[in-house]
Design a protein around this ligand. Structure first.
Ligand SMILES: Nc1ncnc2c1ncn2[C@@H]1O[C@H](COP(=O)(O)OP(=O)(O)OP(=O)(O)O)[C@@H](O)[C@H]1O
Ligand SMILES: [Mg+2]
Length: 332
């Protein structure tokens, strides 16, 4: 089985259900808002939350994808940066529990976190992010040996806030002979790094994952299928995703529309990350383009059925059976 290395912002999602909005008021977090907080505030909130009882899940787009490829059975590695603290250790050990070989770089800053506070009868959500150590990863942190032996290298678009880091990473990955994939992350990431991303995709990237708004921002094409065509001129494989309306995959002149796999959706978080994992898992077995997209759709349909980004064991089992059927059919 081919192996995959991912790089991304190592962030832990912290979910806290609060009895009232006292804590929000204490930290000046308007109800329902999304705020960036500094290290001191981030650490103080975290200390107060520990008393309340919270749920932690290591997250970040590439980390989600890599966890998923590891569960699929691909040898999977991850590069990210954490602080010398409890949250960082938790991130590392959880990734390792899923079989991921981690290269966790250390920063003097505290580990990055996305805090979600749920309050009131309507379960209103208030967000506070502290990126901390994750944002501290730089090109000087990377070593050629980290890339050696891997077949695929996967980048999350959120990292392009540090263009020098990505530039060095793709050079090292190419030198190590990796196929390079990128998930475009978000349309505003694409808009604010337009020239850099075009150059990156044109020169280095083999597989591009974009949703409709990212494709529109990148290609300036209104229709996803037009965007797909434009994207595919710049790389070997282009994927444009449209949520419950499915996805398109294209390589050269070969193109397929993949309907979404049936699901009872409760929370869309992680759909894109797991789709990428399923697609790359298919590619790693040299399956046809259409089958790769179908595997992505099957696994993404499972993650939208759970709250958060971790698919439960029964759904993993179901997905693996459905994927095996698909591969059997494909092998005739
Ligand atoms: N409600 C749904 N039901 C079934 N499948 C879904 C649903 N939502 C998403 N998917 C599957 O997940 C794929 C990717 O979802 P989406 O287009 O939302 O990507 P994304 O915008 O990158 O997601 P994310 O918000 O996780 O970054 C879709 O192409 C589809 O196959
Ligand atoms: Mg996405």
């Amino acid at each position: 089985m081919k192996s995959i290395l991912g790089i991304g912002n190592a962030l832990t999602d912290i979910l806290a259900i609060l009895p009232d909005d006292t804590l929000l008021r204490q930290y000046h977090l308007p109800l329902g808002s999304m705020q960036h907080v500094d290290m001191e505030t981030g650490d103080r909130i975290w200390e107060s939350l520990k008393e309340v009882g919270v749920k932690y899940v290591p997250g970040g787009s590439a980390a989600n994808t890599i966890t998923c490829t590891s569960i699929f059975g691909m040898p999977s590695g991850y590069i990210g940066k954490i602080g010398n603290d409890e949250l960082g250790q938790l991130f590392k050990s959880t990734m390792e529990q899923f079989g991921v070989k981690t290269t966790m770089l250390l920063s003097p800053k505290s580990s990055g976190r996305c805090m979600v506070f749920i309050t009131g009868a309507n379960a209103e959500r208030t967000f506070a992010d502290y990126m901390g150590a994750a944002l501290d990863m730089g090109p000087e942190d990377l070593k050629e040996e980290y890339f050696r032996g891997y077949d695929y290298f996967h980048i999350e678009g959120y990292l392009v806030q540090n263009q020098d880091l990505i530039a060095r990473a793709v050079q090292m990955a190419k030198a190590a002979g990796c196929l390079i994939s990128i998930d475009m992350a978000s349309y505003n990431v694409v808009e604010s790094n337009d020239a850099f991303l075009h150059n990156l995709v044109d020169k280095y990237v083999d597989v591009v994952f974009a949703n409709e708004s990212e494709s529109r921002a990148f290609t300036k094409c209104e229709k996803p299928e037009d965007g797909l065509r434009e994207l595919s001129k710049m790389c070997s494989i282009a994927v444009v995703k449209a949520g419950k309306d499915g996805s398109w995959v294209r390589s050269g002149e070969e193109q397929h529309f993949i309907p979404a796999w049936p699901a009872n959706p409760v929370d869309g978080t992680g759909a894109g990350d797991t789709y990428a994992a399923g697609f790359l898992y298919g590619l790693a077995q040299d399956l046809p383009l259409k089958t790769c997209g179908e595997i992505g759709s099957i696994i993404a349909a499972k993650v939208v059925e759970v709250v958060g980004t971790k698919i439960d064991i029964p759904r993993w089992r179901e997905a693996k059976l459905e994927i095996r059927d698909l591969i059997d059919k494909c092998n005739g």
